[in-house]
Design a protein around this ligand. Structure first.
Ligand code: KIV
Ligand code: NA
Length: 262
């Protein structure tokens, strides 16, 4: 069926085919996830926490996003690659949002951008779509607003969430991330908007699901939200492998003859 495109996702929604999405930050992991058949790879600004080690996503720069998105896009042959617009790279004006997005799309081979915000971002989303930038929305818990929201909390104002989702869809976004909202609200939004919803902590009714890959793989152990299902324990496996290697080096058992040149 070829590479995944933004319009395909709406077709899948109508057909009841669910969308699998994961985050990726580098070439090697992107290639593995693409080979596994993941439909959408998000170069998330979650890299601020799981790659850079900051407590929030706020420090990520557009240049860093471009650097990582470029690698991810090179690793993906089928998956749709979406790059996050970092904090402070799209709020100043519509011109800034268009410039930031066009840099991301021109300097990398990623195919769409994602930005956070509902009704307040509708004008920006519309302008980007008019500039031929495919946009994915993101409402509910929006980590770039963490100071404003007073922490990482489940967002429960159903009327506000429905209005935000409707505004993002109407502005022309091709898909919408719903983060940390009650399942019932996500289900209503999914039924009411024509574009696919991709949930994270938003229950099973969404048209797709996304998880931060280092959480899924058990690589990032800093904290573990309720909505993460760990499919592997690569943190433990990595520590075990590295400590066995260290023991072998200390004992003089590595490298052996078959691992050396004569
Ligand atoms: O940055 C990110 O990883 C995200 C997802 C959690 C949706 O925005
Ligand atoms: Na993000």
């Amino acid at each position: 069926e070829g590479p995944v495109t933004p319009p395909m996702l709406s077709t899948w929604k109508r057909a009841g085919r669910r969308i699998s999405a994961l985050t990726a930050y580098d070439f090697t992991m992107a290639r593995l996830l693409d080979q596994a058949g993941i439909d959408l790879l998000l170069v998330g600004d979650s890299m601020g926490t799981v790659v850079q080690g900051h407590p929030t996503t706020l420090k990520v720069t557009l240049d860093q996003m471009i650097y990582h998105a470029e690698q991810v896009a090179r690793g993906a042959s089928r998956a749709l690659v979406v790059g996050d617009l970092p904090f402070g790279t799209y709020h100043e004006s519509i011109g800034q949002a268009v410039r930031s997005s066009c840099r991301l799309l021109k300097e990398t081979d990623c195919q769409a951008v994602k930005l956070e915000g509902g009704r307040r971002m509708a004008g920006t989303i519309r302008a980007l779509v008019e500039a031929d930038v495919p946009v994915m929305g993101h409402v509910g818990l929006t980590p770039q607003s963490v100071r404003h929201l007073g922490g990482y909390k489940v967002q429960r104002d159903a009327d506000a969430l429905l209005a935000d989702a409707a505004a993002v869809a109407e502005a022309g976004a091709f898909a919408l991330v719903l983060e940390c909202i009650p399942s019932e609200v996500a289900s209503r939004i999914t039924a009411e908007v024509p574009i696919p919803t991709i949930g994270i902590g938003a229950g099973p009714a969404c048209d797709g699901q996304v998880i931060v890959t280092p959480d899924l793989l058990g690589l990032f152990e800093g904290f573990r939200p309720r909505f993460v299902r760990r499919y592997a324990e690569l943190g433990r496996i990595t520590r075990e492998a590295a400590s066995r290697y260290a023991e072998d080096v200390r004992a003089g058992d590595f490298p052996g003859p078959s691992e050396s040149y004569s």
